[in-house]
Design a protein around this ligand. Structure first.
Ligand code: OGA
Ligand code: MN
Length: 293
């Protein structure tokens, strides 16, 4: 198989063709894709129809998968349904907890940063597209880090931020998170700057889940998160994906942010299926930042 890799933007992203998940992929191709996740941060794989089973088997070639959160549809499975309808076809109540959970994807975020070991990468396949809307945007937090002034790099290197899923969900509605979910998922510390162990390149671990940082007031932490956010989401650091049927997109959660765009959840239907590659280590252990996690 010979992969064709075309850059999507000057700073990150690649469109990769020349192979078929359904027809079987050799180990060398998996290795090339694995390196491309580290090097390019975002892979667009057009024309890759998959079933849930095929998507799980494909993603597992890169490493172990995360299981879906308690409270999500099909909790504990390896596939997460990002959709406004249930597997039996009924539309979700647009104000119900399930719908709010999916709608929180419209804030810039990185998947699973609220877990002690944050996810490495996510793989999203387009199963049913909304008639209008429902695009997904990506931002390179690696390009953002590299664009910082030397003073700012010195300020953020070594900082620890706390990520809390409730913090982002509660911006939508007081009903978005149950007491039980809050108890099971308390805020976790994460390094604000991560170094990719393979490439040695640094990126910012920011996003809507950050509620506070060590060594400063909550107001200062929120302001710093917003300042970094503004840099990460500058047009030159972002890529806007307009989905085609059977697209697969893989992003490196360690080096990107993403957000979904709104669509008509009441009248339209959209189904995206995500498998999530688990991370290998916590970024902070006993209050100490781990290099290369
Ligand atoms: C996700 C996500 C956004 C979208 O699957 O993690 O944030 O556009 N999806 O569906
Ligand atoms: Mn997401």
């Amino acid at each position: 198989m010979s992969l064709e890799i075309e850059p999507l933007t000057p700073v990150f992203g690649a469109r990769i063709t020349g192979f078929s998940i359904r027809d079987g992929i050799d180990a060398a191709t998996i290795e090339a894709l694995d390196s491309a996740i580290d090097d390019c941060s975002l892979l667009v794989l057009p024309g890759q129809p998959v079933t849930d089973e095929e998507q799980v088997a494909f993603t597992e070639r890169f490493g172990p998968l995360e299981e879906t959160l308690p409270g999500a549809v099909g909790a504990g499975s390896k596939v997460a349904r990002m959709s406004n309808f249930l597997p039996d076809g009924t539309l979700k109540d647009p104000n119900g907890q399930q719908a709010l959970f999916t709608r929180a994807n419209n804030f810039w975020h990185t998947d699973s940063s609220f877990k002690e070991v944050p996810a490495r990468a996510s793989c999203l396949s387009a199963r049913r597209l909304a008639t209008t809307g429902g695009d997904t945007e990506f931002a390179s937090t690696r390009a953002a880090y590299e664009a910082l002034s030397a003073e700012m790099k010195a300020k953020v290197d070594g900082l620890i931020a706390y990520h809390d899923i409730a913090h982002s969900r509660l911006k939508l509605s007081p009903d978005a998170v149950t007491e039980e979910q809050r108890r099971r998922m308390p805020a976790v510390p994460q390094a604000l700057v991560r170094t990719n162990p393979r490439t040695g390149r640094k990126s910012l671990l920011i996003g809507s889940h950050i509620c506070r940082m060590d060594g400063m007031s909550d107001e200062e932490a929120v302001a710093l998160n917003e300042e970094l956010f503004a840099i990460a989401t500058r047009p030159e650091h972002t890529y806007h994906h307009v989905w085609s049927p059977d697209d697969i997109v893989i992003w490196d959660n360690r080096a990107t942010l993403h957000r979904g765009h709104l669509y008509d959840e009441v009248n339209d239907r959209r189904l995206m299926v995500r498998t999530t590659l688990a991370g290998t280590a916590a970024t902070v252990v006993d209050g100490v930042i781990q290099s290369g996690a």
